[in-house]
Design a protein around this ligand. Structure first.
Ligand code: KE4
Length: 428
């Protein structure tokens, strides 16, 4: 694979954009080397600026669950654009997609659209704080909810409890209100609740984590959080930016049959355009401006082009629910293929999988939280990533990410991924 043009474009980009990218994970910092610049993509295949064709296992970090440049989405956006791109006034299509999302997702009665998953999660914790009158939040080490200050908090020393900023610019005051627990550890949550009686507004988590690699919730974990929140008047927030409309039409709430109080969305709900959303029952959502006192706003929220893309995507998923079984079977097939290669190698590995999310960790330990995910051998991952890229397989450029399958992938593509894995593993 030649990356001459990508390399030249990267040098140019770095002159005018920090790190040459508009989102850090794209810069290949954790795998080394230089990012690939995309020219176009269709279905499961990316064509980069050097003319290389890559089989895509990121799907733009999740949104493109039906593949790139999906006709109904493209047609909807092109048609909508003829009528104008933005008005800052209410439009009918916002109600249409709101009605459809509410019909697909359990337990929500109203939904507010924003422009990113970050905005959705940031607004959801403000709503929870406004609704409960409490200030602290509990999040889990390794879960990512976007880049707003309350979430850029790493674990304190020792036991994962008092948050400390993990980015300059986040104040200690903000960090003080973010409490941390280890994912899948109910006792840690109980401990925090007993240390902070009546102070905790919400618990926010990825109901199945995708930002430590893919980590499904342990048996009883979600149910346990639901009952702790009920007992202590705490709002349970499922951050379904990744899992929403991906694990099932009704997301993780449907898959695990556990109800959150507030659910956040991103990625799939926008069909590849910038859309985030947060939703809850009327009692909670009616606290939101302009009906209620909790303020939240956005010039491009509910943008007609983004709504057209999202509506077309949700309609496709709602009308063809078999896609979830198809994605699950393809991901299981891939899992089996990777196992068949790795189990015959000397390399310690663990594969986690849930629905169309899968991740490969170069550790023999079970990966159940951030600490165990961090035990993966990153040097091996780097070599694996670049080896697979050379074979035309595009994986997430970080060991702390989930792979996302799209339904445009066929079994031949999956076999190519397994064959590439076989070749690369023999060189590790
Ligand atoms: P955005 O602001 O990037 O749209 O969404 C933030 C977010 C919130 N919640 C979850 C569970 C998420 O996974 C994300 C964003 N995911 C990352 C990938 N792990 C986006 C990729 C990037 O940062 O460029």
């Amino acid at each position: 694979m030649i990356y001459k043009r990508s390399s030249a474009l990267f040098k140019e980009a770095q002159q005018v954009i920090p790190g040459g990218v508009n989102s850090p994970v794209r810069a290949f910092k954790s795998v080394g080397g230089e990012p690939v610049f995309v020219k176009r993509a269709k279905g499961a295949y990316i064509t980069d600026v050097d003319g290389n064709t890559l089989i895509d296992f990121i799907a733009s970090w999740g949104p493109l669950i039906l593949g790139h440049a999906y006709e109904p989405v493209i047609d909807a956006v092109c048609a909508k654009a003829q009528d104008g791109t933005s008005f800052g006034m209410p439009t009918e299509i916002e109600t249409e997609i709101a009605r459809l999302a509410i019909s697909m997702v359990p337990g929500i009665e109203k939904i507010r659209f924003v422009n990113s998953g970050t905005e959705a999660c940031m607004s959801a914790i403000r709503l929870a704080r406004g609704y409960t009158g409490r200030e602290k939040i509990i999040k889990f080490a390794g879960c990512y909810h976007g880049h707003s200050d309350s979430f850029l908090i790493a674990a304190g020393s020792g036991a994962v409890t008092l948050g400390v900023p993990n980015s300059p610019g986040v104040t200690t005051g903000t960090a003080r209100d973010t409490l941390l627990a280890a994912y899948n550890n109910l006792n840690a949550v109980e401990e925090l609740i007993s240390q902070h009686p009546n102070e905790i507004a919400c618990i926010i988590l990825e109901p199945a984590a995708g930002n430590m690699g893919c980590i499904p919730p342990a048996e009883g974990f979600l149910e346990g959080l639901r009952s702790l929140c009920d007992k202590n008047g705490i709002v349970l927030i499922f951050d379904e930016v990744m899992t929403g409309f991906r694990l099932a039409a009704g997301g993780a709430q449907e898959l695990f049959n556990v109800k959150a109080d507030i659910v956040t969305f991103g990625k799939v709900i926008g069909g590849g355009l910038p859309v985030g959303a947060f939703a809850a029952n009327n009692e909670i959502m009616n606290h939101l401006a302009p009906d209620g006192p909790v303020y939240q706003a956005g010039t491009l929220s509910g943008n007609p082009l983004a709504m057209a893309a999202g509506l077309a995507m949700l309609e496709e998923l709602n009308d063809n629910p078999d896609v979830y079984e198809s994605l699950k079977e393809k991901t299981a097939y891939l899992h089996q293929g990777l196992e068949s290669v790795l189990s015959n190698s000397e390399i310690p590995y663990t594969i986690n999988r849930l629905g169309s999310m899968i991740s490969l960790h170069f550790t023999s330990e079970a990966v159940v939280d951030f600490e165990s995910s961090a035990k993966g051998n990153n040097d091996t991952f780097k070599k694996f990533f670049h080896g697979m890229l050379k074979e035309g397989i595009y994986l997430p450029p970080s060991a702390f990410e989930s792979w996302f399958l799209n339904d445009a992938l066929n079994y031949e593509d999956l076999d190519k991924c397994v064959e590439a894995c076989r070749k690369v593993v023999s060189t590790l």
